[in-house]
Design a protein around this ligand. Sequence first.
Ligand code: PLP
Length: 285
Amino acid sequence: MSRFAYVNGRYAPFRDAKIHVEDRGYQFADGVYEVCEVRGGRLIDERRHLERLQRSLKEIRIPLPMSARALGIVLREVVSRNRVGYGIVYLQITRGVARRDHAFPSPQTPPSIVVTARSLSMARNEALVEKGIAVVSVPDNRWGRVDIKTIGLLPNVLARQEAIDRGARDAWFVDKDGTVMEATSANAWIVTPARVLVTRHADHAILRGITRSVVFDAIKATTLSVEERAFTLEEAYGAREAFITSASQIVLPVIRIDGHAVGDGKPGPVATALRRAFHRYAEVS
Ligand code: PLP
């Protein structure tokens, strides 16, 4: 099946979808992005993702190149042209094309917009959820504003590869005090021996995941209690359960951390229940 991408106002066949060599995304990682889950051909939590996109753009002073409504139309068009029933849609906005210079280009420079979409295998994702994943911890060497969803992801790329090289699936960033920040492209959670859910508070040092926010809504409807606070790697090793949350994986159980089995080393009931409940609390559009 032929794939299409939206690039600066055009729906182009994938092989013709190109960005200029002096795009500031390419030169400086000077841009931001969003990823939405697609289910049944519909967008999950579009409103919240577009709100976070606008916040990210504002923080790095890139003007919103088109209204959130118009962006929504483009997202849907790319999903539909690529016939994505279940998968993800990716949106990237950079500061545009200009002669390479660190300072911002002239305000007339139009931001570049790229949208792609691709199908994922639900069966493969479900199989992964049933097995759970192993993670390893790595020092957090990222910049101080990872609350902005920028395309500058080199530390995340290196950490993910290190995890794979060490026989795991993902890495958890840990700060100099030994507290867990988040995974390379997901938020990190544990369930304590007293059955309390814990995830790190969202400040400038982690990305406030949309999935994380919706999971909070799902927890409210249960009798479980939840704490937003720092937790150490040691606490995570001794947790009853652990899991990560992101738009592409929703809730994915973590069964090993640095080689330590979490709980009984199998996906736990809390993670499994939250994953099942998630789409009752997410917005579909
Ligand atoms: N943390 C990081 C570093 C991420 O890159 C992501 C998603 O890409 C998340 C957390 C989860 O965010 P969301 O739930 O909005 O996908």
